[in-house]
Design a protein around this ligand. Structure first.
Ligand SMILES: NC(=O)C1=CN([C@@H]2O[C@H](COP(=O)(O)OP(=O)(O)OC[C@H]3O[C@@H](n4cnc5c(N)ncnc54)[C@H](O)[C@@H]3O)[C@@H](O)[C@H]2O)C=CC1
Ligand SMILES: O=C(O)C(=O)[C@H](O)COP(=O)(O)O
Length: 379
C-alpha cells in the first residue's frame, strides 16, 4: 500500500523515512494548514504549530496523524479517537535538548549575573521526560532539588513530590517543564498566576521551557516589578506573538527552541516513522545517520576559574544571549509578531547536543567539571 503524505515543511528526514511507503510527500506550512490541503492526504505529519481537530480533518481521508513533538496540546486526541484515526507523537524525543538549553541558560546567568546556580535551591515543576532529566542533571552538581508533579504523585510514582505552593516558597530557581492542559484535576492553564508568583522569594528566578500559557502574562509583569522576579522564557503566554513589555522584562529569551537540537528533531521524525510502520505492518528503514558532532578546542575558552571555563564551553555550543538579541532586534514597537516568531524558528541555526560534542585539550580539572554537564567525549 502506498500513501499520500502531507508533512510540515520544518520536519527533517521525512523523505528518507517515509518514501518507501509514499505515493507522494507534500510539504506544507504547518501554521496555515487547511482541510482543503488534506483532501487527498492519507497521512498527516505535524509539529506543534498545527491545530489538529475536527475543523482540519473533517471530510478528509486522513488515516494516520503523527506529531514530531513531545507536547500534544495542539491535538484533539478525543476527536481522533472517536474517528478511529491512529495518533502518535514522540515522547521524550527532544528532552535532552531542553536540558542542554537549560544548562546554557544557567551558564549565561552565571557569567552575566554571577548566579551561582549549583549552590541554590532549584524547584522543578513537571517531572516527566524533561523534568526528570533536569532534576537528575542538577543532582550531578550537588544542587538541592525540589520536585512537584501532582499527577505522578497521585499515581504513587513520586514520593518526594511537594505541592506547588511549598516549592515556590522554598526555591531560588524554578524550572517549569509542565504541559499545557485546560481540563482534568491538575490543569496547568495559567497555573502560575499572581497569587502563586507572589509566593516566590524576592529576586528569585523563574525559567519556563514547558508551555507559555502555564504562566499568566500580567502576573509575570507584576512579579517582575513588585518582587524583582527574574525571568527566562523559551515559551510565551500568547505564542506565537510576544509582547514587547514582556520581552523587555525577561533576562533571556528564545523563540520556543529549547527542543531544537538536531538530535531532537531527527529523533522526532524517526519515532513517527517507526510508529507508522508498526501501525500498518510495514518494515521501517534502519536509520538516518546524524552528521558527526562538533569538536571544541578548550584552549580557546581558557579562564583561570574552572567553572567559568566550563560555562564558556557550554555557551560555545549554544548561547541564549544570541537568541535574546535576535528576538529584541526583530520585535516591532508593541510586539514580536507571529510571522516573525515563526520565521525565527524556521531559520533556526543547527544546534548540537552536549553529548554529541567532543572537547579537545581539556585538562583533568576541566574534564571533571564538563562531565557534570554531560560531556562524555574528550581527546
Ligand atoms: N520548549 C520546548 O522546546 C519544549 C517544550 N516541551 C514542553 O514540555 C512539556 C514537558 O515535556 P515532557 O517532560 O517530555 O512531557 P511528559 O509528558 O513526559 O511530562 C510532563 C509531566 O508534567 C506533569 N504534570 C501534569 N500536570 C502537572 C501539573 N499541574 N503540575 C506539575 N506537573 C504536571 C505530568 O504528570 C508529567 O509527568 C511538554 O508537555 C511540552 O509542552 C517539550 C519539549 C520541547
Ligand atoms: O516537542 C515539543 O513539545 C516542542 O515544544 C517542540 O520543540 C516544538 O517544536 P515545533 O513542533 O513547534 O517545531
Amino acid at each position: 500500500m502506498q500513501f499520500n503524505i502531507v508533512a510540515d515543511e520544518n520536519m527533517p528526514n521525512v523523505e528518507p523515512w517515509f518514501s518507501p511507503y509514499a505515493q507522494s510527500i507534500r510539504r506544507v506550512a504547518g501554521r496555515t494548514l487547511t482541510a482543503n490541503a488534506l483532501k487527498d492526504a492519507d497521512v498527516l505529519l505535524v509539529r506543534s504549530i498545527t491545530q489538529v481537530n475536527k475543523n482540519l480533518l473533517s471530510g478528509t481521508p486522513v488515516k494516520f496523524v503523527g506529531s514530531a513533538t513531545i507536547g500534544t496540546d495542539h491535538i484533539d486526541q478525543s476527536f481522533l479517537k472517536h474517528q478511529s484515526i491512529p495518533f502518535y507523537h514522540a515522547p521524550g524525543c527532544n528532552a535532552q535538548s531542553v536540558v542542554d538549553w537549560l544548562l546554557s541558560v544557567l551558564c549565561r546567568l552565571r557569567l552575566d549575573h554571577e548566579l551561582n546556580w549549583s549552590q541554590k535551591v532549584v524547584g522543578v515543576v513537571g517531572i516527566g521526560h524533561v523534568g526528570s532529566k533536569v532534576a537528575n542533571r542538577f543532582k550531578q552538581f550537588g544542587t538541592k532539588v525540589l520536585v512537584c508533579d501532582p499527577v505522578k504523585n497521585a499515581n504513587g510514582e513520586l514520593p518526594e513530590h511537594i505541592d506547588l505552593e511549598s516549592l515556590l516558597v522554598q526555591s531560588d530557581i524554578v524550572c517549569v517543564h509542565a504541559p499545557h492542559t485546560r481540563s482534568g484535576d491538575y490543569l496547568t492553564h495559567q497555573m502560575l498566576n499572581a497569587d502563586r508568583l507572589s509566593l516566590m522569594p524576592k529576586n528569585s528566578w523563574l525559567i519556563n521551557a514547558g508551555r507559555g500559557p502555564v504562566i499568566e502574562e500580567s502576573a509575570l509583569l507584576e512579579a517582575r516589578v513588585k518582587n524583582g522576579l527574574n525571568i527566562v522564557l523559551d515559551v510565551w503566554p500568547n505564542e506565537p506573538s510576544v509582547s514587547v513589555p514582556l520581552l523587555d522584562a525577561v533576562h533571556l529569551a528564545s523563540p520556543h527552541v529549547a527542543g531544537y537540537s538536531l538530535e531532537g528533531k531527527f529523533k522526532g521524525t524517526e519515532m513517527l516513522a517507526r510508529a507508522f510502520a508498526k501501525e500498518f505492518g510495514l518494515t521501517a528503514i534502519k536509520s538516518v545517520p546524524l552528521p558527526n558532532g562538533v569538536t571544541v578546542d578548550a584552549r580557546l575558552f581558557e579562564k583561570s576559574d574552572v567553572e567559568q571555563w566550563a560555562s564558556e564551553i557550554v555557551l560555545a555550543l549554544y548561547d541564549p544571549a544570541r537568541d535574546t538579541a535576535v528576538m529584541r532586534f526583530s520585535a516591532g514597537n508593541n510586539q514580536l509578531d507571529a510571522r516573525t516568531f515563526d520565521a525565527l524558528r524556521k531559520e533556526y541555526p543547527t544546534r548540537r547536543e552536549i553529548a554529541s560534542t567532543t572537547i579537545a585539550h581539556a585538562p583533568e580539572v576541566l574534564k571533571k567539571r564538563l562531565k557534570m554537564f554531560g560531556f562524555t567525549h574528550f581527546k
